[in-house]
Design a binder for this molecule. Structure first.
Ligand code: KDG
Length: 359
């Protein structure tokens, strides 16, 4: 953990609590850090509405509640955050548009959904770019990442912080997958895989011989239930908290992409807030992101075990099997590296390599 976020994480100490999550069992997750810091002066009252796609059980939801608690406590109740999970207010793309028009205050999409605002964000969509969580987190805390947040300026969106969505894994209802050939299906048809609405993800699944189908997250469960798509890819924690195991018998630990989340606010809402409130929102965003990153890792390991307990057959891939996937997606780099920027990719790879060297 590098200095910027280490403070908030250190505050958790060894405190562990079992959070009441909408599952039969819950993981043991670190408690949110104690809320400290001064109460800000009275600059009026605001209600902030935040929407996103994941469910109440997700680390994204739990850390958003923590964000709400920080604002509430440090403004003595004058800043209230209402959290709307489960795509209740729209999908990632729609909610970002709502931020631009000022009809929604905050949203929390995957970076992949936001590349039409800041094209550099597509670097996170490149397959097998970030070899470890440690490397990924170092990248999220880098100046390069901060520049991507800053680049939202003028779009109508104030990007506050990155946090972790995580390593994405394939699940499907048709067959166990241990190789690109299993995705493409030699004697049978290729898997129809839902992707996020992002061209690099489409290219990945095309390169693997699947039939990629971009679709909003909120439509995904019923699309899988009705057999419109065979599979999808998301971190284990999302697969579990969205109950995808009910309609997906097979999982494969592909770790093909590490995607972050971007916590963001409507510029119109931001501009209405007093500078002291703005500073508080920014600080609370970073603290809740640090907490999200912490519990996301705790949750993800637990989620894989839970999925297995609930009957999902999960295929772990050895190095040679991962290398076969890496080789199959090389055309994605050839197509997208010039578009995203060779220099940026090299910079991110260098940051990642510096973490690997430290270990
Ligand atoms: O709350 C975030 C979701 O809306 C979405 O970004 C999750 O990774 C995701 C996906 O697959 O759409």
């Amino acid at each position: 953990m590098t200095p910027r976020w280490s403070h908030a994480v250190a505050l958790t100490g060894a405190a562990i609590l079992s959070l009441g999550i909408a599952q039969a069992q819950s993981p043991e997750l670190s408690a949110p850090p104690a809320i400290d810091g001064e109460v800000v002066g009275d600059h009026g009252s605001h209600t902030i509405r935040m929407g996103f796609g994941l469910s109440e059980g997700s680390p994204q939801y739990l850390s958003s509640r923590y964000f709400a608690d920080i604002l509430e406590q440090r403004s003595e109740g004058r800043l209230t955050v209402q959290v709307f999970p489960n795509s209740q207010l729209g999908d990632d793309v729609q909610m970002m548009e709502m931020l631009q028009t000022g009809t929604l205050d905050m949203t929390y999409p995957s970076s992949s959904a936001a590349t039409s605002y800041v094209s550099e964000l597509a670097v996170f969509d490149l397959p097998f770019l970030l070899p470890s969580r440690e490397a990924a987190i170092e990248v999220l805390q880098s100046e390069a990442a901060q520049s991507m947040l800053d680049a939202f300026e003028g779009s109508g969106i104030k990007a506050l912080t990155f946090s972790e969505n995580g390593y994405r894994q394939l699940s499907n209802s048709a067959r166990p997958v241990a190789s690109p050939e299993d995705v493409a299906g030699l004697d049978v048809r290729g898997l129809t895989v839902r992707t996020m609405e992002n061209p690099v993800h489409l290219a990945i699944w095309e390169a693997l011989g699947a039939n990629p189908t971009p679709m909003a997250f909120g439509e995904l469960f019923s699309a899988m239930e009705q057999g419109v798509v065979d599979g999808q890819e998301n971190p284990w924690s999302t697969i579990l908290t969205s109950n995808f195991q009910e309609v997906q018998d097979y999982g494969s630990e592909t770790r093909h992409v590490y995607t972050p989340f971007v916590m963001m606010m409507s510029e119109r809402t931001w501009d209405r807030l007093h500078p002291d409130y703005q500073a508080l929102v920014q600080e609370a965003a970073r603290q809740s992101a640090a907490y999200e990153i912490q519990i996301s890792a705790e949750y993800d390991d637990w989620a894989r075990e839970q999925l297995e307990e609930r009957g999902m057959q999960i295929t772990r891939l050895d190095d040679a099997q991962i290398a076969a996937f890496q080789e199959a997606v090389q055309p994605v780099y050839e197509e997208w590296a010039p578009e995203i920027g060779e220099e940026l990719i090299a910079e991110i790879q260098q940051i990642a390599a510096s973490v690997a060297d430290d270990q």
